[in-house]
Design a protein. Structure first.
Length: 198
């Protein structure tokens, strides 16, 4: 794939999430996201899904929307500073600094990270009890604002909607380098929503 194809993938992703944030009804926003993401995975030249695998009916399969997994929560910044240097196969060491945590009632808490290098960005990966069973074993992503995955919020709260959890590119092709969830991004319960795994 070319640099222009990757740039187009990112522009398309930004556009999908812009439309998601503009949609008043979370369930309608989710349906839009599901359809557009699946279309990109199956047809875009920069898709992490190899062309020979794109006829698999499981690609882009997502669980039904459940409003119980949508949260609008404040970021608690009163936590110790923490830095993670994540070794990746293609990008070298990727540094992350913890901004704080979000507490999801009945599920636990997740660290919220800032990419501490060029471009910045907020990053929230997670792994839950479904990992390796119905979802990708290494975990999923929820927010990755440097790549456009941003559900919105304001200065006082963040939208954390686990229905929008998606597989990182390395779930489809191990040539991709994906930072995966560390200890502060593991939930000890099942999260049966979001993108599933083949």
């Amino acid at each position: 794939m070319t640099a222009f194809e990757v740039a187009h993938w990112r522009r398309s992703t930004f556009n999908i999430y812009r439309r998601v944030r503009a949609e008043v009804d979370p369930q309608s926003a989710h349906a839009l996201w599901v359809n557009q993401r699946r279309e990109m995975l199956l047809t875009h030249p920069a898709s992490p899904v190899a062309e020979e695998d794109r006829d698999n009916s499981g690609i882009g399969r997502v669980a039904e929307y459940d409003p119980a997994y949508r949260f609008v929560v404040a970021l608690d910044t009163d936590v110790p500073e923490l830095r993670r240097d994540v070794q990746t196969g293609t990008d070298g060491v990727v540094p992350f600094e913890r901004l704080g945590v979000v507490r999801l009632e009945g599920l636990g808490e997740l660290d919220v990270w800032r990419l501490a290098s060029y471009g910045g960005g907020i990053f929230v990966p997670f792994r839950d009890g479904t990992a390796g069973h119905t979802t990708y074993g290494a975990g999923r992503y929820l927010l990755d604002t440097i790549k456009g995955a941003d559900l919105g919020g304001d200065a006082g709260a963040m939208v954390i909607d686990l229905n929008f959890a998606y597989n990182p590119s390395c779930a489809y092709d191990e040539a991709w380098a994906c930072p995966l969830p560390g200890p502060g991004n593991r939930l000890g319960v099942d999260v049966p929503v979001g993108e599933l795994y083949l």
